[in-house]
Design a protein around this ligand. Structure first.
Ligand code: HEC
Ligand code: HEC
Length: 243
């Protein structure tokens, strides 16, 4: 009896030691696996997401898997619900969130919104000079002749997004951006009405999409990637996701 207790005490002491060592290990490396303090912690729940979105939501080397860290929580929550309800389609995402509750999705959204992992290096734009100029013009000024507002008018002057519903566009890869704009044009991706991105994307030609996507992919990330506060600008078109 005495023997058994001391062995148990030893095990308990060893566990405390292991837990202490794990807590001291802060993951400075965004790819480092975090030490779970609780089995049902947010870090543990997020393990289902890391193969595609990276250990801290920074994305992976796959040029289609998007960075999700640091986007406004309201935006991320809207996307998770859209995948669950089918108004945004990507089969693995649809399956993964199919049975998750609003509260669970909100907590995941808040968790990723608060993370600030480093950005991957930008990719040089594979565009002729007029393509680069077209990308810059659409982002900064838009194209009044085709009623396309400047992307910065809503996504912010640093393109880091605006709370609560507008995502940052820096740190996303050209393939992903081009695919999203194309999906809005074809109606495969939908957002809350009025769906401003649907209106805008439907006025963009294929060359416009390639130009903004490549230009964005080549932009260096700003030192402060936090989204702008709500209503910092008067948006040129109303967006359901921002109401
Ligand atoms: C099999 C790979 C994979 C897994 C696992 C995965 N995702 Fe995704 N996720 C994607 C891809 C690819 C997209 C973009 C889909 C599209 O084309 O619209 C995406 C999109 C998203 C978006 C929208 C991003 C944006 O900027 O609009 C969010 C939010 C998201 N995922 C969160 C999660 C969370 C949270 C988990 C874990 C519960 C998860 N994902 C697991 C691949 C994955
Ligand atoms: C009137 C405001 C407004 C303007 C102008 C605007 N956007 Fe958006 N954009 C939004 C909103 C709102 C969303 C989020 C929609 C949702 O909830 O899915 C969004 C989302 C996006 C996304 C999805 C990002 C992701 O992580 O999946 C891309 C890409 C995008 N916009 C590109 C652009 C480009 C390129 C332009 C300029 C040609 C532009 N936007 C102009 C409001 C705007």
């Amino acid at each position: 009896m005495h023997r058994t207790r001391s062995r148990l005490e030893l095990t308990a002491a060893a566990l405390v030691f292991v837990a202490g060592a794990a807590a001291a290990q802060t993951p400075a490396d965004p790819a480092a696996v975090p030490a779970f303090r609780k089995l049902d912690s947010m870090e543990a729940r997020a393990q289902g997401c890391v193969t595609c979105h990276g250990q801290q939501g920074q994305g992976t080397s796959n040029d289609y898997f998007p960075r999700i860290a640091g986007k406004p929580a309201g935006y991320l929550y809207n996307q998770l619900r859209a995948f669950r309800d089918g108004s945004r389609r990507y089969a693995p995402m649809n399956y993964l969130v199919a049975y998750l509750s609003d509260d669970y999705l909100k907590e995941l959204a808040e968790y990723y919104a608060a993370l600030r992992p480093p950005f991957a290096p930008p990719q040089p734009a594979a565009l002729p000079p007029q393509g680069i100029e077209r990308g810059r013009t659409l982002l900064q000024d838009g194209d009044a002749s085709r009623q396309i507002p400047a992307c910065m008018a809503c996504h912010g002057p640093k393109l880091t997004g605006m709370v609560p519903g507008i995502p940052g566009l820096v740190g996303l890869r050209p393939n992903y951006i081009a695919a999203q704009l194309t999906r809005w044009r074809t109606g495969e991706r939908r957002a809350a009405a009025p769906d401003c991105m649907q209106r805008i994307a439907s006025r963009l030609g294929d060359n416009d999409i390639q130009a903004v996507a490549a230009y964005l992919g080549a932009m260096a990330a700003p030192s402060d990637p936090a989204p702008d506060p709500r209503d910092i600008v008067r948006m040129p078109v109303a967006c359901g996701s921002q109401q």
